[in-house]
Design a binder for this molecule. Sequence first.
Ligand code: ZN
Length: 226
Amino acid sequence: MKIAILGDIHANAEALYVVLADAKREQVDQYLCVGDIVGYGSDPKECIQIIRDGLKCPCVLGNHDLLASADLSTWSFNPKSAEMIHWTREQLDTDDKNYLSSLPLVLRMHDFTVVHATLDVPRSWGYVFDRLAAASSMSYQETQVCFFGHTHVPLAFIKDGPVRTEHGWTSLDIKEGCRYFINVGSVGQPRDGNPKTGYVIYDTDAQQVRIKRLDYNAGPPPKCRV
Ligand code: ZN
C-alpha cells in the first residue's frame, strides 16, 4: 500500500493541487494529514473541503486548526499570524470549525502513528528540531514509525541506539530493530530553505519512505512564522 502523508498545508490550495496531482501519478492508495490544514494562507475553506470531503483524509489536529476553530487567545502568535487566524475564523462556517475542533491529537493507523507536534505532550505544540526533543517524543512512541509536522522542516530521527538525525534525506528504508520519527515537511509553507512544496510517500510493502519536492508558483516567501 502506498500512503501519501501531507503536512502543514496552511490554506495553500495552489500547492495542495500540485501535491495531489503528483500523488495521483504515483497511484497512492490512501492519504493522511499531519495537521495545520489552515492558518497563514488564503484558501482555508477550499483546503478543508479537499481534505475532509474530497479525499476523506484522516487528519490530526494542528495548533492553527485549533485556534481557527475555537475562540481561544492568539497571544502566543506574532501579530501577522494572529491576524490571519482571526481572518480564517471569519471565512469558516460552523461545520468547518466543528470538523477542525473534532480532529484527534494523535492517530494510530495501520502500523504507524501520526501527530502534529510531539507524542510526549501533543497539546503543548513543542518543536522537534534536535535529537533531545525527538528522544523525548520517541519515548512515548508505541509504533515503529511515527510521522509528524509543525516545524515545516523534513528531518528524520532514527533510534537504533542513541537517537540520530537524518538531514536532507530523500528516502529511508524502514529496518527491523530501528524506530523512526519522521517529519513530512510542509505542503503550504516549507521552511528548510527550499521553496518547493513537498510531501511523503510511505510504501508499506517496500517498507520505504520517500520525500517528494515539487515546483509550484510559490510567490514571495512568507514573512510571518510561528
Ligand atoms: Zn504549521
